[in-house]
Design a protein around this ligand. Structure first.
Ligand SMILES: Cc1cc2nc3c(=O)[nH]c(=O)nc-3n(C[C@H](O)[C@H](O)[C@H](O)COP(=O)(O)OP(=O)(O)OC[C@H]3O[C@@H](n4cnc5c(N)ncnc54)[C@H](O)[C@@H]3O)c2cc1C
Length: 488
């Protein structure tokens, strides 16, 4: 028989852990977090490649309700972020709620009983509330290049780093020039015999204002009330200002463009290399990257930037339109399947309707959280909630509050389920699509924010404080509701 719980959360990254903490605080006692991997951490468990780090300072890229004053540096490395998340799970009693090695394969809403029936690799569960905290960047994307499986040496994705592969003295190929490549190339260039970086389009890379925190600074952050909050607020305001450039006044990108030019011109002496590193699309259309050592690494004699398109992979290396590159190891820094959201889970809502079918024309969810026809299903970091300019944790916290508000409202009113009205969801989607059309993300580049047909479905086209205001509390007029039968 299926075990019954009050709420089931899928995923134990920042989203799942934070949501569990907030629901526990709201008095939801019988909670379970299902995690397909053997450890918690999501992004910060999976991305263990050398140089992995956050692009947002950790005073901001952390929970507001669990401030940490002893980060070693402004942009700490991945192990420190993972440790922080472990600490949060332990400290707030979430660790015992997590069922590791349990992948959700299917969820079906039983509308008579008002319960989600959740099928996992470890059996069946039931709960009135189902929360997906699967993230947008959880499933690695490997490129469809002919012969990829034929390569004779080690090859792996940055999010599945093979720590057994010794790169010392090896000829290494890195495919892709996104955020992970920019972090990993300087690290491996120092130990490999040579690195070839295969670039399809150049990224905008600006300087990274990183530095270690001094001992006295950490002591002051601990001792002086309000100092940590002030540092967080200052960082928040500085990052939030950038939204103006992304979504409203692209002309404001000029300041960042100047920073990019300064980095490139100051760090790359070879004019041909410099030219190859100038992106052919407006700044911000793809994620803006930060690094102080990427351009210097590309200027090393043992690092080569290859811009000719890859045609084939052979057992011995990579072939491009203009030549052959024999290598010993291939690293794919090719990103994630970001627009598929809850895939490959099969989610069935009211009247047997499948989420895949409902999302045929791209993912839709009111405020990125609720999907019409799928009662009591809540998405965290869902469609239209990714950012180009600020911390995802801030968006997640807005969603925790909204979901908790829905759960509390149902409890108060004795409701079995709530379902967002289709017209409310449609109006939200129309507004998002309309507003996204005038943003820099829709300005003529291909990015991971887009579906195959070129629709931007990942990003929030505004200020994060506006999103917080919109998600402050659920509006009962937005939902259809079903009461609990009298005997329950
Ligand atoms: C390399 C990298 C760098 C990043 N840097 C930044 C940054 O600088 N700033 C920023 O704001 N954001 C950044 N992000 C985005 C980052 O993903 C989010 O900030 C945040 O970590 C998302 O947390 P999450 O819990 O929503 O998702 P995730 O961390 O992806 O966690 C999802 C969890 O769900 C589990 N799961 C998925 N499907 C199932 C299933 N069917 N059954 C059971 N479990 C399942 C996964 O195993 C995983 O543990 C970065 C992402 C990457 C990949």
């Amino acid at each position: 028989m299926a075990m019954r719980h009050d709420a089931v959360i899928i995923g134990s990254g920042f989203g799942g852990i934070g949501m569990a903490i907030r629901l526990k605080r709201a008095g939801v006692r019988d909670l379970v977090v299902l995690e397909k991997a053997d450890d918690l951490g999501g992004t910060w468990r999976d991305n263990t490649y050398p140089g992995a780090a956050c692009d947002v300072p950790s005073h901001l890229y952390s929970f507001s309700f669990e401030p940490k004053t002893d980060w070693t540096r402004r942009f700490p490395p991945q192990p420190e972020i993972l440790d922080y998340l472990r600490h949060c799970a332990r400290e707030h009693g979430v660790l015992p709620l997590i069922r590791f090695g349990t992948e959700v394969t299917e969820a079906r809403f039983d509308q008579e009983r008002g319960l989600w029936r959740v099928s996992t690799t470890g059996g069946e569960l039931e709960a009135p509330v189902l929360i997906s905290a699967c993230g947008q960047l959880n499933r690695p994307e490997l490129p469809a290049i002919e012969g990829r499986g034929d390569f004779a040496g080690p090859s792996f994705h940055t999010a599945r780093w093979d720590h057994g592969a010794d790169l010392r003295g090896k000829r290494v190929a890195v495919v892709g020039t996104g955020a992970s490549a920019v972090q990993v190339v300087p690290e491996i260039a120092a130990e490999a015999a040579s690195v070839r970086l295969f670039q399809r389009s150049a990224p905008y890379v600006i300087d990274k204002p990183d530095r270690p925190y001094r001992r006295w600074e950490r002591a002051a952050l601990r001792a002086v009330p309000g100092l940590h909050a002030l540092s967080r607020a200052k960082t928040y305001a500085a990052y939030e200002l950038r939204a103006l450039g992304f979504v409203k006044y692209p002309v404001l990108m000029r300041a960042l463009e100047r920073r990019f030019r300064r980095s490139l011109d100051g760090q790359v002496a070879d004019p041909r290399l410099r030219e190859a590193l100038v992106p052919g699309y407006p700044m911000g259309c793809k994620r803006i990257l930060i690094s102080n050592d990427f351009y210097p690494a590309l200027s090393r004699p043992d690092v080569e930037l290859v811009t000719s398109p890859i045609t084939r992979i052979t057992p011995a290396g990579i072939e491009t339109r203009s030549g052959t590159h024999p290598v010993d190891v291939i690293i794919y820094a090719t990103g994630f399947r970001a627009t598929e959201f809850l895939a490959p889970m099969k989610i069935t809502g009211l009247d047997g309707r499948e989420l895949n079918e409902a999302w045929r024309d791209g993912a839709q969810a009111h405020l990125g959280i609720t999907v019409s026809g799928f009662p009591n299903l809540f998405l965290l970091y869902g469609p239209y909630t990714n950012l180009g300019h600020n911390s995802i944790i801030y968006m997640l916290e807005s969603q925790f509050r909204y979901v908790t508000g829905c759960v509390e409202a149902m409890r108060r009113a004795g409701l079995a389920w709530i379902d967002v009205r289709p017209d409310v969801q449609d109006a939200f989607t129309r507004e998002m699509r309309e507003r996204l059309r005038s943003t820099v993300w829709d300005a003529g580049c291909e990015s991971w924010y887009m579906t195959a047909d070129g629709t931007v479905v990942n990003n929030w086209p505004g200020f994060t404080f506006a999103y917080r205001r919109a998600t402050r509390r659920p509006d009962p007029r937005h939902f259809r509701a079903r009461r609990l039968p009298p005997h329950t």
